[in-house]
Design a protein around this ligand. Sequence first.
Ligand code: TPP
Ligand code: MG
Length: 625
Amino acid sequence: MSPTTIRLTMAQALVRYLAALRIELDDGRVVPYCAGVWSIFGHGNVAGLGEALWAEREALPTYRAHNEQGMALAAVAYAKANFRQRIMAVTTSIGPGATNVVTAAAMAHVNRLPVLILPGDIFATRAPDPVLQQIESFEAGDVSANDCFRPVVRYFDRLTRPEQLLYALPRAIQVMTDPATCGPACLALPQDVQAEAFDYPEEFFQPAVLRIRRPAPDERELADALALLKTARQPLIVAGGGVLYAGASQALAAFASTHGIPVVETQGGKSALAWDHALNLGAIGVCGSPGANAMAREADVILAVGTRLQDFNTASHALYGQARLLGLNVQAFDAHKWHGQALVADARLGLERLSQGLGPGAAHWAADTAWTQQARQHAQAWRERVTALTTTATPAGALPYDAEVIGAVRDSAPDSPASDVVVCAAGTLPAELHKLWRSSQPGNYHMDYGYSCMGYEIAGALGAKFARPEAEVIVMVGDGSYLMMNSELATSVMLGKKIIVVVLDNRGYGCIERLQVKSGGASFNNMLADCIPEGGEPSRVDFVLHARGLGADAVKAANVTELKAAMQAARAARRSQVVVIDTTHHRTTGDGGAWWEVAIPEVSQRPEVRAAHAHYLDQKGRQRL
Ligand SMILES: Cc1ncc(C[n+]2csc(CCOP(=O)(O)OP(=O)(O)O)c2C)c(N)n1
Ligand SMILES: [Mg+2]
């Protein structure tokens, strides 16, 4: 008997399938996998996909935004805040609507985060070519603007026939729900094919409930990993984002405590362990705490869990001394990095199996007592230092710097801000937040420091608010990132998704200015004051007026005391709030930190550059290859 079929357009079938998808979360709850579709309509999606989304708007809500990059970043943030277990989709018109999403796709690719991208595409028939917004290749007839997605997604397909959906859509879902391949998927949808009907089998629309695979370690790899760990006397755990995505926070805390191993956190992994865990040394690497980096230099075995070992976490491979590296990662590509010994597995299962193998009870293996003790002291000293750094009053007549702002934002909550989610991505703030922010719950630190995409902050906060409606989602953002993309502030007001945006206005690209000067360069083209042409006027950006113009409530705080009061009011408000404060770009937290490889010119007229180059060569000599 032939299967029952239903005649639908390709777009209708796509939407129906997405609306039907369910996922069983790790805690056993079954929920819709795709929470909604962000859409800016135009030609290439309004007639086809638009009609289909309207019909299913109850089951699969559609949300309008103001910039395709912004809405795609919101979708990615939603997935991140859901620990990769739920997604949002994004649909665009052809041409600029689509290519606006390429940056967001790259951000998701780098951060291993899922998002389903559905750009409209040119006609499969090619009858009306060239259509509005179509690029024309002289060499290849099958190239469209959407080919820009190929290098920045984990799965790409162009559906030139409606029945291809039967294969392409499940495959895209499979790639996004596999923890090893997780990342963005793009299905480019020619506008005529979206509107074309096909007799789809009914059973296609009853997809199996999804589950995220949690692979256990291979027994032989586990045995090798245990053998290596047992040789260690001074081990250190580097906790990356994979700990959060595997729900391995408790396993990590237990593992560290049982075996006396200090833990350091990457930007992606921060909040995996509560800030006040006795063995949490805090941030590692370029923005690392003094204790974390000191112990990293002396460690004999590094257990890198769920981390890509990006340069900021390894001080460009100059941080880990002579330590042996054990890579516990669900993705073999990462587990094998830097000549490490690989343990390919889910982070939680991997840690649990390692702990079993190291021996429970009195006979269990543990790090040297002196090493563990040293870690406890470092952690305690750093907690006290963070309190001091974030509560010191700004010197009279000076502008505050980021640490003081961070302290005021934190202390503006009545009790310990356990439910605050802080969102950030680029500028001075990631380094300061990595060092100084206190996260007590997994996911309360929401940072894109994989792509460090200016403009992620406000858009990302919107997505995080969708995922964590009960939380106070607080964006901390520099003036530069705010100006680069703020359109989704208007979306947050429109959709009633309240966020609090704290703008630190130091009047320019402060972190890059410091990097420029540190590299021997002259102050040039970064701070607004350095960019005024002959006879030009100083720049006058009024962030309060701007934010009000977009529909948010906004105030300027004259100092940190006013900021704290403004934050209290902002927390009590229902609509999106913007609080602006002038800061200095001259001060940063001097404690900790490590080298970062930035290539310095080999020849230059500037003596400062020549000095920086000599220092550069010296540091490069410590880099492990
Ligand atoms: C889209 C994008 N363009 C450029 C950069 C390079 N970049 C990193 S931080 C930065 C300046 C950020 O300025 P601001 O947000 O004001 O922060 P500040 O450093 O002044 O605290 C730039 C240009 C980037 N990360 N992302
Ligand atoms: Mg700035």
